[in-house]
Design a protein around this ligand. Structure first.
Ligand code: MG
Length: 404
């Protein structure tokens, strides 16, 4: 490094195999709003000008996933990203490998050790870590503990209630002098100690001072599938999610029978409908609207009337299928709206049951389902009670880079 400026290196730990978050991929490579988690984590550090280099430690099997994650970064960012290093079985071993790879740098070098699965680390938290380390040496970001914390025995009995005011939960990036933390990791390896769950613990173990600075509640660690859902919902307010709206329309003719299916509800009527499936115009219109937001054909493409499997089929499975296709693309259903056009049967008495049924099939709240009905004032085919029609409008959010 040139000049008198202190070198700041971000060491990102991304060698874990954790796939509790689903999709079968290690969570740091899972898609989050159109990009791998690790891409976002690396970029957070590159966006802080004081960070001179980023070193990522990966699992040796993940080279392709890593290359893909880095390919999302801009060309000018890449010179600051060092080639990846292979991690080890344990977290401490992994950090040790990363530190060893940094080679001999000047004694002032500060290393920021960060979890790859914390992509939301704010730039001002990174700056705070750097400034605090320059003044106080080894330091870790902490948050006050707001829940009451109890120590519990192996058989699930409470042993004691801990003094909450003295407790802190610990985040990353943790900041250290490169020379000091590297020596601590070397010594731990020599002594066969690989049970440290964070790097601050090695400083404690060496009997060296370790100070704290304010962490940030936004700097969450993504662990479970629920964490990803919450994170994507939160990001839905940002530019990574795009709102899309599409419509659907369906008609069926009345025929012999004593009931019609509408919105997944069986409604007694003086006629039935002529249809290959159960002829539920409302659910069919909703399906087309959902296929529409994805540019994914229409109900006839996915469930051809020529296919005997769908003879008399209950249309709730069609809507469930469309919602599943949307979920697979990372889509979030915001609203389903329907207008049903017919002289009879009367929709009003069934409205709540219909909204509840649609909400149950689509996995949304009843408040997210709008349902109106109108007659055609005696005009046209609906006015003459030759059939009934439904118009649907669906609003969704989809990742800006639609996953295929
Ligand atoms: Mg239809």
């Amino acid at each position: 490094m040139q000049g008198n400026d202190v070198s700041i290196i971000a060491l990102i730990v991304a060698a874990g195999r954790g796939s509790r978050a689903g999709e079968g991929l290690p969570k740091q490579y899972r898609d989050l709003g159109g990009e791998p988690v690790l891409t976002r984590t690396i970029r957070a550090f590159l966006d802080v000008a004081a960070v001179t280099r980023v070193q990522v430690v990966i699992h040796p099997d993940d080279m392709q996933l890593y290359e893909k994650a880095v390919s999302h970064l801009g060309q000018d960012a890449k010179p600051r990203v060092l080639p990846p290093v292979s991690g080890a079985e344990t977290r401490s071993g992994t950090v040790h490998n990363g530190l060893a790879a940094l080679g001999s740098r000047n004694d002032d070098t500060i290393v920021l050790i960060h979890d790859g699965a914390r992509p939301f680390v704010p730039g001002n938290l990174i700056s705070r870590a750097i400034n605090h380390a320059k003044q106080h040496g080894a330091c870790i970001p902490v948050l006050p503990v707001t829940d009451t914390v109890k120590r519990v025995s192996a058989d699930g009995h409470v042993v004691e209630t801990l003094e909450r005011n003295a407790l802190r939960s610990v985040q990353t990036p943790q900041a250290f002098s490169l020379a000091v933390i590297r020596e601590a990791h070397r010594e731990a390896l020599r002594q066969g100690r690989d049970d440290f769950t964070d790097d601050g613990a090695l400083i404690e173990w060496r009997g060296l001072p370790l100070s704290t600075f304010a962490g940030d509640p936004a700097n969450i660690k993504l662990t479970t599938a629920e964490d990803f859902v919450l994170a994507e919902n939160r990001m839905g307010t940002a530019s990574q999610m795009l709102t899309r709206v599409a419509t659907g329309y369906d008609v069926h003719a009345f025929g012999p029978g004593d009931h019609v299916w509408l919105c997944g509800v069986k409604v007694p009527h003086t006629q039935g409908v002529v249809a290959h499936s159960d002829g539920d115009v409302a659910l069919h219109a909703l399906c087309d609207a959902i296929f529409g937001v994805m540019g994914d054909g229409d109900i006839g493409v996915h469930f051809p009337p020529s296919d005997e499997r769908w003879r008399g089929a209950s249309s709730d499975q069609f809507l469930a299928f469309a919602c599943q296709r949307l979920a697979e693309r990372g889509g979030i259903l915001d609203h389903l709206d329907l207008s049903i056009v017919c002289e009879r049967p009367k929709i009003g008495p069934c409205r709540d049951a219909m909204r509840q049924r649609i909400a149950a099939i689509a996995g949304v709240e009843v408040e997210q389902v709008g349902l109106k009905a109108t007659t055609s004032e005696g005009l046209g085919f609906t006015g003459r009670s030759e059939g009934l029609a439904a118009l649907a409008t669906v609003t969704v959010r989809l990742p800006a880079s639609l996953r295929r």
